[in-house]
Design a binder for this molecule. Structure first.
Ligand code: 6R9
Length: 664
C-alpha cells in the first residue's frame, strides 16, 4: 500500500491539468435512455432501500430477502442475507423459463476465424451438463474450482457451472505461468482445475495444459496440490501429456452428462468467486465476492451505465475472463440482463490490425467496452484502419482499467463513435466488484478524462491526509464512505490483511489506493495509483496528468511516467513514450526530447517537465492493460528489473532495455 504517500505532511496531490470541453447528451439519446436524473435523488433519499429495490427488480430470488444491509460486522458487509438464489439460474435459466431461450446469448469469434453461436437455451444445456460433470467429480457447494482457460465459450460455461453447484470459481489468466497458477491453486485449496490443451494467440496455438501439469504435481520442495481432477477442453488439438485417473476430456464428460440440472440454491452471502489481484508487493490477494449483492450491482450497472436494451443491442466487452471486468461485464452483468454479446478469443492485431473493427462491422456491435490502452494502441496504428469499416452500429462506448487521457477520449469518440456516441469512463476495482463512478449516459454532461460522478447509491469522496473531504478544486485520496452491494467480503483466508489494506488508512472508510481530484463542479478526476505519485522538489505530481499532457502531443501515442531518485530534486520525472506510427517509422525526430519536455511545461507547468524522455517501442503492461510503472522505475533507476510474472508479454522488458541503448 502507498506508504510513501500516506506518511508525513506532504502537500495534497497537485493538480495542474485542465480540460474544458464538455459533451451534453443528445436529445435523441436522452429520450430513450434507461437512466434518469431523478435516480440520484431517489438513491440519496434512502440508499439502502434503493439497493433493495434494485435487488428485487433485477435478480430472481428463490427465497425473497427481508433484511437488506447488515453492517454490524464491518468491514465485512452482509447484503440481502436471508434471501436465497443461484447465480447461474439468474444468468441463464430464468431467461429460458420466461420465453427468451431462443435469444442469442453469445456470438463467439475464435482467433482463427471459427465461430459459434449459443442461445440462452444452448447455454442452459451446456452449463447444466458441466454442472452435472462437476457434481460427478465430487464438487460440492463451497468447494473451490480453478479455471485456467483461453477466452472461449467454455470459460463462461465453466464459471456458470461452478455457480450452479455453489462452488466458488477462481479464474486465473491463461497467460500466467505455472508458478502463478500453483500459488493460486494452493491458496484456494482447489479440488478441480478446468483448462484447455491450448488457445490461439497472435496466429498460433499456445499450450496451456503443461502449466497445469507443472502446477498441480508434487515437485521438489512442494507437495502435490489438493487438485483431484483436471478437466481439459479440446481447443487447438495439440498434443497433451495425460495423467490417467486425474485428467478428463471436457467434451467426453459433457457428452455423457445429463442436460438437466437443478441449481443449488445458496444464501445471498454464499461465496461466488475468488479473484486474485497481483498488487505491487507481497503475495497475491484472493478477493472474495459473494452472490446476492454482487449480482444486484453488476446487473444494475450493466443496465444503466451501458444503457442496455436486451432485445436490440449487441454488446461487446473486450476483456478476458481472467480480469474482474470479464467476470462482471462479460459473464454476470450482461447475462443477468439477457444481453446478446460478442466474445472474441484473440488479439486486436490478428490476423491484421483491423480485426476488432471487422468484428464490430460483422456483428453490428452497438455497445463497446474496452480499455484506454487498447484505444491508445489504435491511435498509434492510425485512424485509417478503423475508417475502413462500417462502425455506424455503435451507439455507446465505454472505458475501464486506467484513467483515459482526454486526447484518447476525444479520439475514441471522433474516430470510433462518429462524433456522436456517449462515452462512459467507468471507475471501479476488483475489490468493488462493479462500476462505482461513471457518467450516466443520457443524463450526464460528459467531460473527457473524468469519471465524474458516483453512481446512484454509491458514496465516494476525495479526502486529504486527515480524512477531511477536500473542497472543489482540491486533490487527495479516493475513498468510499458507505458499504455497497458488490463490495468484496474479504481476502480469502486473511481477514487481517483485508482490514490492514483497505480499512486502516482512514478509520471506517474504504481506501481505494487511487489519487483523485475534484474539479470546480465537484466532478472526480483520477490521477493514478497513490504508490505511483512522484515527489519532485516537494511537489506531489500525478502520473496521469503528465502522461495525458504527453499524449496530447500529436507525435505521441502512449506515455508512461515514473519518478526516479534524483540527487537535487528528490525524485525526477522520467517519461517513456511510444510515438504514433507516422513518426515512429524511420528516423526518430532529433529534437523529440526537447520538443516534448517543452510541451509538458506549456501544458501543465515547468515543475512537471520530465528530466528524461525515452522513446520506446512498447510499454510493460498487465493482461488488463495496466502499465507496470514499478518495472519502469527499475529501468529509470538502473536496477535489475523486479518480478515481471504478471506481464502480458514477457519480452517487453528486453525490448525496452535494447531500445534504451539507442540514444533518442
Ligand atoms: C476494473 C479494474 C483497479 C484500478 C483502480 C484504478 C484503475 C480502473 C479506471 C481506473 C481511472 C478508470 N482504474 N478503472 N482509473 N479511471 N475508469 O480495472 O479493476 O484490475 O482491480 O484495477 O484500476 O487505479 O484502482 P482492477
Amino acid at each position: 500500500m502507498p506508504e510513501e504517500a500516506a506518511s508525513g505532511n506532504t502537500p495534497d496531490l497537485e493538480s495542474l491539468h485542465h480540460e474544458t470541453q464538455t459533451f451534453p447528451p443528445s436529445k435523441e439519446f436522452a429520450a430513450q435512455a434507461n437512466a434518469t436524473a431523478d435516480m440520484y435523488d431517489q438513491a440519496a433519499a434512502d440508499p439502502v432501500e434503493f439497493w433493495a429495490a434494485q435487488a428485487r427488480d433485477l435478480v430472481t430470488w428463490k427465497t425473497p430477502f427481508t433484511e437488506t444491509l447488515d453492517w454490524s460486522g464491518a468491514p465485512v458487509a452482509r447484503w440481502f442475507a436471508d434471501g436465497t438464489l443461484n447465480a447461474a439460474y439468474n444468468a441463464v435459466d430464468r431467461h429460458v423459463a420466461e420465453g427468451r431461450g431462443d435469444r442469442v446469448a453469445i456470438h463467439f469469434e475464435g482467433e482463427p476465424g471459427d465461430t459459434r453461436t449459443l442461445t440462452y437455451a444452448d447455454l442452459q444445456r451446456e452449463t447444466s451438463r458441466a454442472a452435472n460433470v462437476l457434481a460427478s467429480l465430487g464438487v460440492e457447494s463451497g468447494d473451490r474450482v480453478v479455471i485456467y482457460l483461453p477466452m472461449i465459450v467454455e470459460a463462461v460455461v465453466a464459471m456458470l457451472a461452478c455457480a450452479r453447484v455453489g462452488a466458488p470459481h477462481s479464474v486465473v489468466f491463461g497467460g500466467f505461468s505455472a508458478d502463478a497458477l500453483r500459488s493460486r491453486i494452493a491458496d484456494a485449496e482447489a479440488k478441480v482445475v478446468i483448462t484447455a490443451d491450448g488457445g490461439y494467440r497472435r496466429g498460433s496455438a499456445s499450450a496451456l495444459k503443461p502449466a497445469v501439469d507443472e502446477a498441480v504435481a508434487a515437485r521438489e520442495g512442494a507437495e502435490a496440490t489438493s487438485v483431484e481432477h483436471v478437466l481439459v477442453v479440446q481447443r487447438t488439438g495439440q498434443d497433451v501429456a495425460w495423467t490417467e485417473g486425474r485428467d478428463i476430456w471436457w467434451h467426453e464428460a459433457l457428452e455423457a452428462a445429463d442436460v438437466l440440472h437443478t441449481p443449488v440454491w445458496v444464501e445471498a452471502e454464499h461465496p461466488l468467486f475468488i479473484l486474485y489481484t497481483s498488487g505491487t508487493t507481497g503475495k497475491p490477494k484472493g478477493i472474495l465476492h459473494t452472490t446476492g449483492g454482487y449480482l444486484t450491482q453488476t446487473a444494475f450497472t450493466h443496465k444503466f451505465v451501458f444503457d442496455l436494451k436486451p432485445e436490440t443491442d449487441v454488446y461487446w466487452c473486450t476483456a478476458d475472463v481472467g480480469w474482474v471486468t470479464g467476470h462482471s461485464y462479460v459473464v454476470y452483468g450482461p447475462l443477468l440482463n439477457g444481453a446478446t454479446q460478442v466474445i472474441y478469443e484473440g488479439t486486436p492485431d490478428s490476423p491484421d490490425k483491423g480485426r476488432w473493427w471487422e468484428i464490430v462491422e460483422k456483428y453490428k456491435v452497438t455497445i463497446l467496452y474496452t480499455a484506454p490502452t487498447a484505444i491508445r494502441t489504435c491511435m498509434k496504428w492510425g485512424e485509417d484502419i478503423p475508417n475502413r469499416f462500417d462502425l455506424t452500429s455503435l451507439r455507446l462506448l465505454g472505458s475501464v482499467g486506467e484513467p483515459i487521457n482526454p486526447e484518447a477520449w476525444l479520439w475514441y469518440r471522433r474516430v470510433i463513435g462518429a462524433d456522436r456516441t456517449p462515452i462512459v469512463d467507468t471507475w471501479w476495482q476488483t475489490e468493488t466488484g462493479a462500476i462505482m463512478i461513471s457518467p450516466l449516459p443520457g443524463v450526464t454532461v460528459a467531460k473527457p478524462g473524468s469519471a465524474q460522478t458516483p453512481l446512484p447509491g454509491i458514496m465516494a469522496d476525495v479526502v486529504d491526509d486527515d480524512a477531511r473531504s477536500v473542497a472543489n478544486g482540491g486533490g487527495g485520496y479516493l475513498v468510499l464512505s458507505q458499504p455497497w452491494p458488490a463490495m468484496l467480503r474479504g481476502i480469502w483466508g486473511d481477514l487481517e490483511r483485508f482490514k490492514d489494506t483497505y480499512w486502516s488508512r482512514f478509520r471506517g472508510i474504504y481506501f481505494a489506493g487511487d489519487g483523485a481530484k475534484k474539479d470546480a463542479d465537484g466532478d472526480i478526476w483520477f490521477l493514478g495509483r497513490v504508490d505511483d505519485v512522484m515527489n519532485v522538489s516537494g511537489h506531489r505530481l500525478s502520473t496521469t496528468e503528465i502522461e495525458s499532457a504527453l499524449v496530447s502531443h500529436p507525435m505521441v501515442a502512449e506515455a508512461a511516467v515514473v519518478g526516479a531518485a534524483d540527487e537535487t530534486t528528490g525524485q525526477a520525472v522520467v517519461a517513456f513514450v511510444i510515438l504514433r506510427s507516422e513518426f515512429a517509422d524511420g528516423a526518430v525526430h532529433e529534437d523529440v526530447q526537447e520538443l516534448l519536455r517543452n510541451h509538458v511545461a506549456k501544458q501543465i507547468g515547468p515543475i512537471a517537465k520530465p528530466r528524461t524522455i525515452l522513446v520506446v517501442a512498447e510499454l510493460p503492461k498487465t493482461r488488463s492493460g495496466k502499465i507496470m510503472r514499478r518495472l519502469l522505475r527499475d529501468v529509470a533507476e538502473h536496477r535489475a528489473v523486479g518480478d515481471a510474472t504478471t506481464l502480458a508479454d514477457a519480452s517487453v522488458m528486453d525490448l525496452i532495455a535494447t531500445g534504451l541503448t539507442r540514444p533518442t
